[in-house]
Design a protein around this ligand. Structure first.
Ligand code: GLN
Length: 487
């Protein structure tokens, strides 16, 4: 492997500007790495070589002309395969979209292209982003670069594994209930979910629209701050997009955090953690103390309802969002239907995988008349209460911390036949989506088997700059983030 692939985007940018390597060479190096690992890891659904190399060429022209480069120009990036890129297959890892070719760019894709970020490929995911292990892809499973018998986490498993394995330096994922933070934690990298509305969802295949948010995967906090800056901003094509200026998030990284109040979420450290995750949490608390922060224990009394609330709201929204896949407008159509009704039912029966069907049925049930008040309406009311818990907490502290997950990556197949056990993996991450607040997972150590442990940090809405500052200070106090899997 080209040693430069192991560097952060910030370092790669320097190397490009100093002409140690050209953008085309760097992109080609990424493709060589992908070729080497593809069979082992299963990270990509498809590669977009032409797009990537064309972009890289433009970067090299700019460098040759002595022109200023946009942020992250020339740095190889993997796009989760539920985001549209013109001319690429956008499958959501579903059979129903197996041959769907994007006729338009997502807003984030356009921003990446404008910033001359070479998009190397479309990363594998759990079908329609539903899952926590990336075992729900209709095509193939993704494996964890730290141990090929373990899952990379989901649903953005391909994005996370590609960055951990140095196939790409940057990646984008989507996070509806933890799908960026969980795989970041399992793969030992940085993964960040922005405030709801900060990043446009236009061109992201919708799972649960009131929860979905796109965000960065990187190997350093600085890179994550820069990637968020590139993709953020108001978009009239997404009615939930916030019309607020984009900050230069990396500007505050070095700010002193002495005197900041760090809240430790009581409900997420008291039960169910493995011994090693528990120890890593104690160390994380110690780190913040050493950085001069005040530690406060914070209770979020309604957090325990988060998973229940999420699995009503997310399934309800997905049952509606996925109604469009009917064999008429686009995507797969069953070859042998005798009438229209049979065409609909067969198309959907053949096109969707088991987890997606389970979610559509659960959501349809929760929304059906007679049950709507008991389930959907109740869940919405409870969502407001969870949000209120966070509001109260942030009156007392600057940030909240917890493990990203009570355990490290598990063996492939370990939870595949037990949906409830799988759903519980998201206990620490889901509530941030319900409240619309930003959250990040950063490397915080390793367990006895050498698997990465993630620290989750949450901040109030739109306080991304503070979130990155608090993350960066933690990151720089250790060298966990510099460790790479030996693959
Ligand atoms: N694991 C959760 C689920 O299966 C979250 C997925 C996500 O964030 N996209 O729904």
């Amino acid at each position: 492997m080209n040693e430069l692939l192991k560097k952060t985007a910030a370092e790669q940018s320097k190397a490009l500007k100093n002409k140690e390597i050209s953008a085309v060479e760097l992109t080609q190096a990424a493709f060589e790495r992908i070729d080497e690992l593809d069979e082992k890891l299963g990270t990509f659904n498809s590669l977009t070589k032409e797009t990537a190399l064309n972009t890289a060429k433009k970067v090299d022209e700019k460098i040759a002309n002595g022109e200023e480069l946009p942020l992250l120009a020339g740095i190889p990036l993997a796009l989760k395969d539920n985001m549209n890129l013109v001319g690429s297959k956008t499958t959501a890892s579903s059979k129903i979209l197996e041959n769907f070719v994007s006729p338009f760019n997502a807003t984030i894709t356009q921003k990446l292209l404008d910033n001359l970020v070479p998009i190397v490929g479309k990363a594998n995911l759990d079908e329609f982003a539903m899952g926590s292990s990336n075992e729900n892809s209709a095509f193939r499973k993704v494996r964890n670069p730290w141990n090929l018998n373990k899952v990379p986490g989901g649903s953005s498993g391909g994005s996370a594994a590609s960055v951990a394995a140095c196939e790409a330096t940057l990646a984008l994922g989507s996070d509806t209930g933890g799908s960026i933070r969980l795989p970041a934690s399992f793969c030992g990298i940085v993964g960040m979910k922005p405030t709801y509305g900060r990043v446009s969802r236009y061109g992201l295949i919708a799972f649960a629209s009131s929860l979905d948010q796109i965000g960065p995967f990187t190997r350093s906090v600085e890179d994550a701050a820069n990637l968020l800056e590139v993709i953020s901003g108001h978009d009239p094509k997404d009615s939930t997009s916030l019309n607020l200026p984009v900050e230069h998030y990396a500007a505050g990284l070095a700010n002193d955090i002495k005197g900041k109040k760090v809240g430790v979420i009581k409900e997420l450290i008291s039960e169910g953690l493995t011994e090693d995750v528990s120890k890593a949490m104690e160390k994380a608390i110690e780190t913040y103390k050493n950085l001069g922060c005040e530690i406060v224990e914070i209770s979020l009394p309604r957090l325990k309802y988060s998973i229940g609330i999420y699995y009503i709201l997310a399934t309800a929204e997905c049952s509606s969002n996925l109604a469009r896949f009917d064999g008429v407008k686009y995507g797969y159509r069953t070859p042998d239907a005798k009438n229209l009704m049979e065409m609909y039912t067969k198309t959907r029966a053949e096109g969707f995988g088991p987890e997606v069907k389970r979610r559509i049925m659960l959501g349809t049930y929760a929304l059906s008349s007679g049950y709507y008040d008991a389930y959907y309406k109740k869940a919405q009311q409870m969502r407001a209460l969870v949000t209120e818990d966070f509001k109260k907490a942030f009156e007392q502290v600057d940030i909240l911390i917890s493990p990203t997950c009570p355990n490290t990556a598990f063996e492939l197949g370990a939870k595949a036949s037990d949906p409830l056990a799988m759903y519980l993996t998201d206990i620490a991450t889901i509530s941030a989506n319900l409240a619309g607040i930003p959250g990040i997972s950063i490397p915080a150590g390793f367990d006895r088997d050498g698997m990465p442990i993630g620290l989750q940090i949450l901040a109030p809405q739109l306080q991304e700059t503070k979130l990155f500052n608090m993350s960066y200070q933690f990151e720089q106090a250790h060298d966990y983030w510099k460790q790479l899997p030996n693959i």
